[in-house]
Design a binder for this molecule. Structure first.
Ligand code: HEC
Ligand code: HEC
Ligand code: HEC
Ligand code: HEC
Length: 209
């Protein structure tokens, strides 16, 4: 009985490490840390707001100013799916990560504290810029019917052996977005990965390689 309980706890711990259960508070997405003179105590407000949020683009109850950039898109001789300008949740990420819009450029300012100086993301690997030709395609259709190297998808997900990958959109063809691979709130699997990529198991969920 005791052994069985320990086994259950061990399995839960392993699962926790694989899927993560961390908090955004204190992580790199607690972006208060990236703005020197920011005094709000709030963490969520840089991305979400409970009222008067953006409704036509971005993430849920989205509070971050949109990027107006036109992005360079990944292409190759073997690519089968169709790419388009980043949309939906990928655009939400790029509104900070393309480096053109300040991290604290918001639709609704926080009601506590005084707004910090407008600060764009510091140069470095996290600032992807507007040239996405050298990045894994996003807002790309998941076309297993055209590319047999992709695992079959079931609706908006790709069931793998260790993990089910999230696709986006409301109808087929569904798309791969930044958040298919990244868990924006959870720093457990650095850098904000939905599951650990040990032995590239995240990649092999979608790619039969
Ligand atoms: C750096 C930006 C950012 C911050 C800060 C942030 N979120 Fe999010 N949040 C997102 C994005 C992007 C999505 C959409 C994710 C997706 O489509 O998978 C999202 C989705 C959500 C969702 C709906 C989907 C889900 O995961 O349940 C909830 C609820 C949510 N966030 C709550 C919060 C709360 C509460 C906080 C503060 C403690 C917070 N978020 C902070 C970017 C952020
Ligand atoms: C959520 C599913 C998903 C995950 C996870 C994923 N990919 Fe992809 N990847 C795709 C799709 C869809 C394409 C576009 C394939 C096509 O249309 O030919 C693609 C394209 C690619 C391409 C370009 C293929 C070409 O023909 O130019 C490479 C290389 C690649 N992925 C590698 C990776 C690696 C490495 C990882 C892990 C870090 C990964 N992928 C994770 C879905 C995924
Ligand atoms: C409100 C601005 C903002 C939004 C929106 C945002 N990020 Fe970030 N992100 C940051 C900042 C700031 C950092 C830290 C950059 C640095 O360390 O130079 C960061 C870092 C990261 C990192 C690197 C983490 C590490 O451990 O090195 C990843 C991965 C990441 N973000 C992915 C995403 C994805 C995916 C989305 C959308 C689902 C997103 N971010 C949306 C501001 C944002
Ligand atoms: C196919 C999966 C996949 C997609 C889609 C994806 N990423 Fe990543 N991303 C990763 C992986 C895996 C890493 C870690 C790479 C490593 O360990 O070297 C990473 C690393 C990062 C980093 C850290 C900087 C770096 O070079 O290591 C940032 C920031 C980031 N991603 C943001 C984004 C944003 C923004 C998008 C959408 C425009 C996006 N990612 C789309 C898988 C993905």
């Amino acid at each position: 009985m005791k052994k069985a309980l320990l086994l259950v706890i061990a399995i839960l711990l392993v699962a926790g490490a694989a899927y993560g259960a961390g908090t955004i508070v204190g992580s790199k997405h607690d972006v208060r840390g990236a703005i020197a003179d920011e005094t709000t105590t709030q963490v969520c407000v840089f991305c979400h707001v409970p009222h008067n949020a953006a409704t036509t683009w971005g993430g849920p109850l989205w509070n971050h100013a949109n990027t107006l950039s036109t992005f360079g898109l990944y292409t190759s001789a073997t690519l089968q799916g169709a790419t388009s300008q980043p949309s939906g949740v990928s655009r939400a990420c790029l509104s900070c990560h393309d480096g053109t819009v300040a991290i604290n450029s918001l639709i609704n300012a926080p009601k506590d504290g005084t707004a910090g100086t407008l600060t764009t993301m510091a140069a470095g690997p996290a600032r992807l810029g507007t040239d996405l030709t050298n990045d894994h395609p996003v807002s790309i259709t998941y076309r297993q019917d055209l590319d047999s190297g992709l695992r079959a998808n079931v609706g908006a997900t790709v069931p793998g052996t260790v993990w089910t990958a999230q696709l986006y959109g409301t109808a087929s063809p569904y798309t791969v977005e930044c958040a298919s691979c990244h868990a924006v709130h959870d720093p457990t699997n650095v850098p904000f990965l939905r599951i650990t990529n040990t032995a590239s198991q995240m990649c092999t969920t979608c790619h039969l390689k």
